[in-house]
Ligand binder design. Sequence first.
Ligand code: LLP
Length: 427
Amino acid sequence: AHTVARDADGVLTVGGVGVTALAEQYGTPAYILDEADFRERARAWRSAFGADADVFYAGKAFLSRAVVRWLHEEGLNLDVCSGGELATALSAGMPADRIAFHGNNKSVDEIHRAIDAGVGRIVLDSFQEIVRVSHVAQSLGKRQRVQIRITVGVEAHTHEFIATAHEDQKFGIPLAGGQAAEAVRRALQLDGLELIGLHSHIGSQIFDMSGFEVAAHRVVGLLKDIRDEHGVELPEIDLGGGLGIAYTSDDDPREPHEIAKALTEIVTRECEGARLRTPRISVEPGRAIVGPTAFTLYEVGTIKPLDGLRTYVSVDGGMSDNIRTALYDAEYSVSLVSRTSDAEPMLARVVGKHCESGDIVVKDAFLPSDLAPGDLIAVPATGAYCRSMASNYNHVLRPPVVAVREGESRVIVRRETEEDLLRLDVG
Ligand code: LLP
């Protein structure tokens, strides 16, 4: 849990550090990440699943070298999905055998680097990739541990852009029409591959466990078919990530131990029914670990009241540091954090500084009506998919990530500078 409080002046403090001091030292906007909270969540997932299962943190949610080191120390593994994420993980000392490599279009060069580095598994996403990985592994004289990602055909209850288990989409090999069974046949035949299991990721920001239940049922069904056809029991199954977090008080997420218990029970029950040894389970939570651990600190700029409608509150960032509202209609909350106020609440829309009317950070929120330029406001739960999806739109500089812990703060990803921008512009 966050160590959030208000000091005697009404200033919000996190990890023992006041937000006005943070804004002074690091500027705004800034992502403020509570290291103790991150470690606590990582540890909770780790201990919920225990020694017979593996937790792979999904690096796409947010990755930096400090995060990699925390994960390593807390005993988690890491899921990467690009050469850049792989490079970050390796450069921060994550042992390669604790890395899983994902992606629907890994380049031959990325596959080469991953196998050469000795990653613990590559998750095969297509028929062509089965052949590609086999070739590259053979050219390196290695046998690569692989899983096959299957799309089990369930509709996860979440935004369409982040649902991934229905069959009409780019990820994975469909169970339907015997395609996944055929992929298994090929993977078992080809040299250079050691097929260790099956993988299913049904989507993201999910609260309802029934999708996982259907997925586990179908994955175990395929494990059984594989046993019957080939006489092998694949030793692992990965159920992906996707567990939802609370963005607003309407969301009611499950605790890691409840999730671990539910998933383990589902898989065990299904395997008993199929008379299979229960495989080693792994999961890939990203958002559920890092999402709640950070908030974005903004300074209020222009305020535009529109009578009878709402007040537009502009901040010094926007869709470049949080694209989720524009992209997924995501909901966020917001609070005044540099002081307290007893003023009447006003209906506000928090918007950014970009040249686009869809540049909204918080669509509908109440803020005190005495809000003024220079006040600091915070948007919670921006640890996942905000810095990692940040852009330079309008040549706005991407904000830093500042970690706080026990009264101390430090930059773990620095603010972009105009020199950074111009360095890439070599025309
Ligand atoms: N494993 C795989 C194979 C994935 O594709 C993902 C997310 C995860 C694990 C982690 O999912 P999580 O536990 O973080 O939900 N940009 C979107 C989310 C896209 C998720 C993509 N894949 C958002 O901001 O909501």
